[in-house]
Each structure stands twice: as C-alpha cells, then as structure tokens.
Design a protein around this ligand. Structure first.
Ligand SMILES: Nc1ncnc2c1ncn2[C@@H]1O[C@H](COP(=O)(O)OP(=O)(O)OP(=O)(O)O)[C@@H](O)[C@H]1O
Ligand SMILES: [Mg+2]
Length: 1087
C-alpha cells in the first residue's frame, strides 16, 4: 500500500516538477525551491499573532507551517497529538486525529466558547468548522455539506455525532424543535446497532455509508431530515473475517433481551450457540456493554417513533436470521428428523408465520420457468446453503433499508416552506484488508469519488478559479484521481461496466471469466495490475495471486480477490425464496419481499449492485457539488486502537494519500477567501462613508473605493474579474472585525436614534398628556370657582333680596307673624299629639274604659271623639270576632239595654249576667218532663215565678214557660197547665222602676186569656223575661210590645181596674213583695 502511495506521490512530485520547469527557465529543483521559498516567505509575512497561534503547540493551521514538507506536517501533527491537540486546520479544512480516548473538549462550556465565534479566533476544533457551516447556512442562506473522510477507524462516525450534537446544542429550543433534535440524534444508535460491526480496524466500524441531510427553517431551527444509506456490507451476516464480529444488534439482542422476549423469539442467551456468531470466536468487545446497548437501541427506536409492534417485528426478524443460520440443510434435505434441526426450522417457520414445509421447500428446491413450463429442481447441499445464506443476507439487508426508511418517515419535514439543508456525510473509510472482495472494491470506489469531490471543490476549483478570474498565482501540481474513477466507472471500459456485462452475458459466467475480461480490457491502464494482464508486466509479481487484480488507488494499492464478484454484483435472490417470504404472516417480512407477490410478477432484471451503487454515488456527488462544502479529514494515529500512540509511518501515509501537502500548498499560494463584488460591497460597504449607505456606481469600483479607504495593505487582496480575493484569513477577520465594530457603531447609532425617537415620542406623549391634564384641571378648577362664585352670588342675592323683602314686609310681618306662628305651633302640637297618641292607646278590650288624659284643652273634643272612635273601632273588632251564639246573646242584651237602661233599678245588676233562658231546674221530675214534652213549640224561657193573686194579693208559685208562641203557667206540683196565653194576646207589659221582680202581663181585652184579667208575677229574672217576651212578640207579630215602667200600674183584674202602687220598704219575708188589696188599690211593698 505504501509503495502504491509512494508511487502516487512521486508521480505527483514529478508532475509538479514538470510544471515548475515549464513556468521557469531555471532547473526544476531550483524553481521548486524558489516557489516553496516564495510561498513560505508569503506565509511568514502573513503570519500574524492571534488566538489561533497563541500558546499553540506546533501550528494550529498547517498553512502557517514553516518549513513546509510532508515530514514537517507529520511532525507538527505528532507534536500537537502528543499534547492532546487532535485538531489542526488547513485553511478551513479540519484535520482530525483519532485520540482513542475520551477528551474533555466536548463539554457544554466548549460549545458555548465556539458558538458564534470566528473560526480562527480559537484553537482548531470540529465545533469551529461546524459553527462556521451552521452560521453560513443560517445567516447567508447557503446550503452546506460537511464531508468527513478518512480510513476505517479514523473517527468519521464520532465526528459526525459531534457535529450533530453541536448543532443540536446551538440551534433554537422549544418543544417541537427539541423533539426533532432528539429524533435526529437518536437515529445514530439505531443505525449503529444494525449497521455497525467490529472489524479488525475498528470496534464500531460503519458497514454502510450514511449521508444525512438535516433540514432547517429560516431561523436555523432543525425541522427534520433525510438519511440516505449506501450499500450495507451484508455478506457479514453469514461470514466474518478473523477477529471480527457480526452486526452489533445480534449480540445486543442476546445479551439485553429479557428472558421472556428471548423465549418468545425462541433464542438462547449464549451467542456461541449461533453459527453466524460463533465461527470466528469473537463475541465480546472490550469496554462494550451489549446488554445496555440493547435497552438504548429500544429507547432510541421509541423516541424516533417506532411503534411497539415495529420494534418487536424488527427483533423477530433478527432472531429469524440467527436461527436460519443454525438450520442444517444437509439434514433437512435428507429428511432425517433429527430433533434439533427440525426444531430450529419449525421455530423459524413459526416466527415467520410460515408453514414449515413452505420454508423447507423454498430452501431446498429451485423452480425454473422455461418456455412457460415450471420445472422444479432439488438443490444440492452447497446450493441450499447458498440459498439459505442469500435469504439471511437479504432479510437483514432489507430490514436495514426498512429501518432507514422508517426513520426517514419519522424525521421527514412536512409542509412546503423553504428549507436550508446541511448534509453530513459519514461513509465507510478506505479499506485494505488481507482479503479484499467486492465490498472493499465498492467502498474504495466510493472513497475515490469523494477524493474526486475534494479535488474538484478545493484544489482544482481553486486553481481554475484563479485562472478564470485572471489572478496571478503559483500553480501547484497535485494528483488528480479522476483517472482511477474512470478505471472503475467508465461506462464502456470501466471495471463495473465489465462486471455488469459479464453478469448479463449468456453462457457460462464465472469470476474467472470476469477477471479474464478485465485482463483484456484494462491491461493498459496505469492503475490496473493483474498477473495475467495482456502486457504480462506483473507475471513475476508473486504478491499478486492469479485470481486477483490490483488497483492503485489514490490511497494505496489494493488487491481484490475476484471470488464472489459476479454473484455479489448480481445480488439475486431465488424467486422461490422471495415468494415464500411473501407468504409469511409476519407483516414486516412479508412487506420486505414485495417481488414475491405472484400476482405482480416482474420478469425485468433489477439493476446490479454495482450499477445501483454507481448511480447512488454519482447522485451523492452531484448533491455535494451543489452545496458549500466543509471538510473533516480524519487520520488514524495507529493501527492498534491505542491512545497516545502515534505511528509516523501510518500517519505519513494518510497525509500523503489525503493530499494534505498539496492542500496546504494550494491554500498558501492562493487566497484564503474570495467574494463576488456585489456580495462583498453589500457586506462591507458600511465600512466607508464613500460607499455607505449607497454606492451608485459599478460594484467592482465600489469595492476598490472601499478597500482603498480601509487600513489594509494592497498586497493582502487582489481584484479578479468578478470577485475580490483576500489573501490572508487574518485580513478577512480584520475586515469582519471592522464590520462587526462598525455594525456595533451603527447599532449604537440606530439605538441612539431609536432611543431619541422613543424619548421624543414619550416626551411628546407626556406633553400632550400634560396639556390635557392641565387643561382639564384648569377647566375643573375654573368650574369649581365658578360654582362657588355662583353659589356666593346666589347667596348674596338671596340675602339682598331677603333683606329687601324683609325690609319691605317688616310692617306686615309683625301683624301676621304671631298668627302664623300660633298656627304653626298648633299644627305642630296637633301633629305631635296625634303621633304620640298612637303609642299610648289603651288595650283592645271594649271593657277597658281608660283613655289618655287630654294633653291640652284645645283638642278636648277631638280627644273625646277619638276616644269614641277608638272604642267603636275596637268594639267593631270585638264584634267581628264574635260567634253567632255570642252575637244572639248580645243582641238580647242590647235589646234589654234599650228597654230598661236607666229605667229600672234592677237593670244594672242583670247586665253582667247572661240570659240563659231556662231557669227551671231540669230534674228527674216526670211531671215536669211530661209538661215540657207536651209543649207545642220550642221552649225559650222557664222559671218558677210567684204569681200574685188578683183577689187577695197572696203569692202562689207557678211554673212559667215561654215558648215561641205562648206563655204557659203551670202548677209546680201537679205540672198541670193553669193558664195558656198566646203571645199574640199580650197587649203590654208593666214593670216598676224599683229594684223588684214585679212583672205585669196585660192581656188584650176580648182574648181568651183576658177572662181572668192581667197577670202579676214576681220573677227573679224579670229583665230577661221581659226582654225575651219583647223579642218573641216582635218575631211573632212583628209588633213592638209596649213595656211600661212605672210605680203606679193600672191592671185589669176580671172586670175591675185596679191601681197597683209600688212602694219600697224594708221586707220581712225576704225578697217577696207584700201585697195588700184594698178595693181597687193594690199596694205592693218591695224591698
Ligand atoms: N474524537 C474522538 N474522541 C474519542 N475517541 C474517538 C474519537 N473519534 C474516534 N474515536 C474512537 O475511535 C473509534 C473509531 O471511530 P469511528 O467509528 O468514528 O471510525 P470511522 O472512521 O467511522 O470508521 P469506519 O469507517 O470503520 O466506520 C471510536 O469507536 C472511538 O472509540
Ligand atoms: Mg464509521
């Protein structure tokens, strides 16, 4: 390999010498020395003191290296590496040495330090170039790509992760943005688990190429991304080289899956039990925890958005591959039902959701269609094993592509908004193994193409541009590997085209026929070597086996063994297998083999693996060429993955093939920076008052005027046709600093003006407010004053008027005042009397005779009237509360009062007594009962009265019964009725004025009862008797009974008219009167 590179470099040196000899008349050595001296002196001249150089070990930028040679580059890298400075610049290319140890230079503090700072202001770091690219994307709208190259184990994948984590840290925050960031970051562990493996060069070697486009919005916040994967090294699934492992996921699954899951997947924990894992006896990687990694992968899948069922299906598929590897086809074929094998097959079929016989048939037979006939042939053991391995490789490879597709689905950016893109390319590094096959050929081809891009974008483009722009510079020779790319990819004579031709050719095709073809076609190519080359130049080269060919790559010579080239390029899977997989009930497996669907049979041959790869690489290259590139050139310091070990030879080799020396030379000879005039003027016109704020003329003239006014030496820049070229990065930074300061000044001016404007506005607002406030206040105070004045004026006027009126009316006032006052006092007194009276009214009882004293005489009559009214009112209230019975009693009492009040002395005594009516004792006397029972109508009054005998004045006892229509007198002993007087026969009644019970009943003359004459009784209840009689007669006859009250009563005894004289005297016989008749005079003495 080193020989090959040495050759490349010597070719390069000779070309450079040739060029120098052409550009100078002196000897090649002299002119080269002169050129180098010139460059070095230029370099020395532009070497400024700055942070990049401050305290630097060696030089931080190889452009500043003096003297400049391959050796000095290596020793500078070594010096820096030994002091843990793993990054070094070549202009804006970062050279990164793998430290193989954890470094304290990726902390959040470091991120903060590099954030928004100029690339050359701080020590070289991957963060600086990332920040530069990110800011260019965010602020200048330029799509970016970061190309990470270097050989396997040089640190590309680590670098890509550092880039992603830096971007995640510096871009915006927010729930949605953080989710996107997490998804983008978490895609790494998933893809690494399924796509990385331990190789002899790298414990975590990427066995696929990855290009990730991260998409940002206008603010620079990530929106999502797209991952493109390139050719997974699927042969690793079934076979690994010595000291190497299968893909990590197999070991992660066995170590990390819980017992339940392992049982479900029908797996055992021990990797040694699986043929795809155990045959190179390399299971564990030092410092690697498969168990924890399995959990991390699962979590990462969840974060990305994989459904639980999808995760499950993925691991099922991994398990299927592992178990398929253990199926021993010899035994299956012979149909020996040995338990273990048949179990394995049954379990795989079960996991896939296939009938076991379908799988067995697919693995052991092949159906060929010839002229419409389907012929099934049984495969021999080798063919069956081949079919099984092909199935395993295909299953795994398709699973990997599905994972990438599924991740892309999650991180895909939705919507049509304008996006900016940053691509990060981490593709497998240049590989030289002991035994190199088709995969290495493809990988190295890819690296050739990337080197081509590098050359295109940096060396060639740079030099071409100087020529285009008419800038004077020194041409630097470099090795352009386009010739090697052409050897591989030329569509007519390229190796890939030959391989395709061989694969598609009818007849017997094998790897050796392919080699023969190469020997014929490529024999003359300077970078192709083979033992049987037609020019047989290498016939005696024993290091080149017969079945191999060798390509002198830009990074060294690689010998490829042709075995498997045709097969791997064909990349065909027997249709029986894809059809069987399509029958699987496991959804993922079924979906991975759409071509197995018998309904959509596609007989068109798919493009070969080589062609597919060539197409995808050329589209990648096209994509990269459209973007603003940044480079990270990764270098491996030693082959033993050891920290602090620097193998000069190994590094020297990489420095050589990466073309770092040429890179530095071109960088030094040229100009560090160029800017189209329009853009330059636009960016820096603020630095001169001649161009600021507007430059009316041509952009170039503007830039020239601008530069002339700036304190920058004219040697530091040159004017091209369309661009200005700035020689030294420092000059650019100086310009940037000036711009930054000027921006700050401008910002200050803008701030000043804005603040002034704000203050003025505030002042004006305040003034307006003040005017409004003072105007309102003045208005208010004037209004207040006016109101006060008005009130005062009204008062004064009132006083004056009052005074006048008083004066006017004083004479009348005296005359009327007393009357008015008296009236008023009277009114007031009456009012207060009435108001007071309501509080001192007597109780509601009609019997309550109390009444407040009259307060003053004036209201005497009113007072009495009120007393009466009050009494009437409470009587009315009292009456309204009476029952009908009470009412009847009171009516009687009222009647008695009207008849006797003030007329008869006994009356007052009766007032308080109720007229009960029936005074006769209602005893068990049967005669009385009979009497009472014989009464013709209702009994109203009964009493035992004393009847005065008409003739002699003696007293006899009689029962007096008063019914509704009659008065009956009966003997109290016999109860015989003595007299019956119809009430209509009663003419009148006479009573004395005295305190006696004399009751004279005058009978109408001519009536039947009048025969004996009038009746004289002594009744204990005389008032009641008379009242009831009065009321009954009124009821019966509707005439008022005449009641005479006198002490001289004229009575009719039969024919005699007798004068009854009533005298009051002391009585001897109790209450009974004493009657004495003398002729026509009856003297009655009462007590
Ligand atoms: N910056 C770094 N700091 C610490 N260790 C690192 C760094 N870069 C790389 N390494 C170590 O080197 C190993 C290999 O790095 P990495 O996997 O990135 O190589 P690679 O270039 O991607 O190789 P391949 O082409 O095989 O994928 C890492 O696993 C890590 O241990
Ligand atoms: Mg890698």
């Amino acid at each position: 390999m080193s020989n090959c590179t040495g050759h490349a470099i010597s070719t390069l040196s000779s070309r450079r010498a040739r060029y120098l000899s052409l550009t100078s008349s002196s000897s090649p050595g002299e002119s080269r020395a002169r050129a180098t001296t010139k460059i070095n002196s230029r370099c020395a001249a532009m070497e400024p003191a700055g942070s990049l150089l401050d305290n630097a070990v060696g030089v931080g930028d190889l452009v500043l290296l003096d003297p400049l040679s391959e050796k000095s580059i290596v020793s500078n890298l070594q010096q820096r590496f030994q002091h843990d400075f793993i990054y070094t610049y070549i202009g804006n290319v970062v050279v990164s040495l793998n430290p193989y140890k954890s470094m304290p230079i990726y902390t959040p503090a470091k991120i903060e330090q590099y954030r928004n700072s100029n690339m050359f202001e701080l020590p070289p770091h991957i963060y600086a170039i990332t920040d530069e690219a990110y800011r260019s994307l965010r602020d200048q709208d330029k799509n970016q790509c970061i190309l990470i190259t270097g050989e396997s184990g040089a640190g590309k994948t680590e670098a890509s992760k550092l880039i992603m984590s830096y971007i995640a840290a510096v871009c915006g925050k927010g729930q949605e943005v953080n989710k996107v960031k997490e998804q983008l970051l978490q895609s790494n562990p998933v893809l690494e688990a399924f796509g990385n493996a331990k190789t002899v060069r790298n414990d975590n070697s990427s066995r696929f190429g990855k290009y990730m486009d991260i998409e940002f919005d206008f603010k620079g916040d990530p929106l999502g991304g797209v991952i493109t994967n390139y050719l997974l090294e699927k042969s690793r699934v079934v076979n690994q080289a010595k000291g190497e492992r299968n893909f990590h996921i197999f070991y992660h699954l066995l170590a990390g899956a819980p017992a339940g899951l392992l049982a479900d997947l029908k797996l055992v924990k021990d990797p040694n039990k699986y043929k795809f894992l155990n045959h190179k006896n390399c299971i564990h990687i030092e410092g690697n925890n498969d168990e924890a990694n399995f959990i991390a992968v699962q979590q990462a899948m969840e974060v990305i958005g994989f459904a639980a069922s999808e995760i499950r299906e993925s691991v099922e598929l991994v398990a299927c591959v592992l178990k398929l590897g253990n199926v021993e086809l010899s035994k299956v074929q012979e149909e020996e039902s040995q338990q273990q094998n048949s179990m394995e097959l049954l379990e795989v079929s079960d996991l896939m959701g296939l009938e076991d016989m379908v799988l067995v048939k697919a693995l052991t037979t092949r159906t060929v269609e010839a002229r419409g006939d389907r012929v099934s042939t049984t495969l021999n053991i080798a063919q069956a094993c081949y079919a099984r391995d092909a199935l395993c490789k295909n299953l795994y490879c398709r699973l990997f592509s599905w994972l990438v597709h599924r991740i892309n689905k999650s991180i895909k950016v939705h919507g049509e908004s304008r996006r900016k893109v940053m691509g990060v390319l981490d593709i497998y590094g240049f590989e030289i193994f002991e035994d190199n096959s088709f995969e290495q050929f493809i990988i190295n081809y890819c690296n050739e193409k990337l080197q081509q891009v590098f050359i295109e974008l940096t060396l060639k483009e740079e030099q071409d541009e100087y020529i285009r722009e008419g800038i004077e510079w020194i041409h630097i020779e470099y090795f352009n590997n386009a010739i090697i790319c052409d050897l591989i990819e030329n569509t007519q004579k390229g190796i890939l085209a030959m391989l395709d031709e061989e694969c598609l050719r009818p007849g017997i095709v094998s790897d050796s026929t392919f080699l023969q073809k190469l020997n014929n076609v490529c024999a003359q190519h300077s970078h192709f070597q083979s033992r049987l080359c037609t020019n047989s130049k290498f016939l005696s080269d024993m290091s080149l086996p017969h079945d191999c060919f060798r390509i002198q790559h830009y990074a060294g010579k690689v010998t490829y063994n042709v075995e498997g080239f045709v097969d791997k390029n064909n990349d065909l899977l027997f249709r029986d297998l894809s059809q069987a997989m399509f029958l699987a009930k496991q959804v993922l497996i079924r979906n991975l083999f759409p071509e197995g669907d018998p309904t959509c049979l596609n007989l068109k041959r798919p493009p070969t693996a080589g062609t597919q790869f060539r197409t995808s690489v050329s589209s990648l290259v096209k994509n990269l060429l459209n973007k603003n590139p940044s480079y990270i050139r990764c270098i491996k310091p030693n082959d033993h993955k050891l920290p602090c070990v620097f193998t000069e030879e190994l590094v020297g080799h990489q420095v050589r093939y990466l073309g770092l020396l040429e890179n530095v030379l071109v960088r030094r000879a040229g100009y560090a920076f160029r800017h189209p005039y329009e853009q330059c003027l636009q960016r820096y016109k603020i630095l001169s008052h001649k161009t600021w704020p507007h430059w009316r003329g041509d952009a170039r003239a503007g830039v020239e005027t601008l530069m002339a006014t700036l304190p920058i030496s004219p040697e530091e820049y040159a004017f091209g046709r369309s661009k200005i070229f700035i020689r030294n990065p420092r000059t650019l930074f100086h310009l940037e600093d000036l711009r930054k300061n000027r921006m700050e000044d401008l910002a200050t001016i803008i701030q000043k003006i804005f603040r002034g404007w704000c203050c003025r506005r505030r002042y004006q607002d305040m003034r307006k407010s003040q005017i409004i406030i003072s105007c309102r206040y003045r208005g208010f105070s004037q209004k207040k004053r006016y109101i006060r004045k008005r009130q005062a004026a009204i008062l004064i006027a009132a006083f004056v008027r009052g005074w006048r009126v008083r004066k006017e009316y004083r004479k009348f006032f005296r005359a009327n005042a007393s009357k008015k006052i008296a009236e008023y006092i009277l009114q007031w007194k009456l009012r207060s009397y009435l108001l007071r009276l309501r509080y001192i009214l007597p109780g509601m009882s009609p019997l309550d005779n109390t009444w407040p004293l009259v307060p003053f005489r004036l209201v005497q009559s009113t007072h009495e009237e009120l007393c009466k009214m009050y009494h009437d009112w409470r009587c009315r209230v009292y009456r309204s509360k009476m029952t009908p019975t009470q009412k009847a009693i009171f009516e009687e009492k009222l009647c008695a009062s009207e008849l006797f009040k003030g007329k008869k002395d006994i009356y007052p005594e009766t007032v308080a007594k109720t007229f009960v009516g029936l005074h006769l004792e209602q005893g068990p006397n049967a005669k009385h009962q009979k009497l009472l029972g014989s009464l013709p109508d209702k009994l109203i009054f009964s009493e035992l009265v004393h009847k005065i005998h008409r003739a002699n004045g003696k007293v006899v006892t009689r029962i007096l019964l008063l019914t509704k229509a009659n008065m009956i007198l009966a003997d109290p002993k016999s109860a015989h009725i003595k007299s019956r007087i119809a009430l209509g026969e009663v003419q009148r009644v006479s009573l004395s004025t005295l305190h006696d019970g004399i009751f004279v009943l005058h009978i109408k003359q001519g009536s039947s009862a009048a025969l004996k004459g009038d009746f004289v009784f002594v009744s204990e209840w005389v008032i009641e008797l008379a009242t009831k009689l009065f009321r009954l007669i009124m009821d019966c006859t509707n005439t008022k009974l005449e009641i005479s009250i006198s002490n001289s009563i004229s009575v009719q005894f039969k024919a005699d008219e007798v004068n009854m004289q009533l005298v009051q005297a002391e009585q001897k016989n109790g209450n009974l009167p004493v009657c004495k008749r003398k002729n026509r005079i009856l003297e009655v003495t009462v007590s």
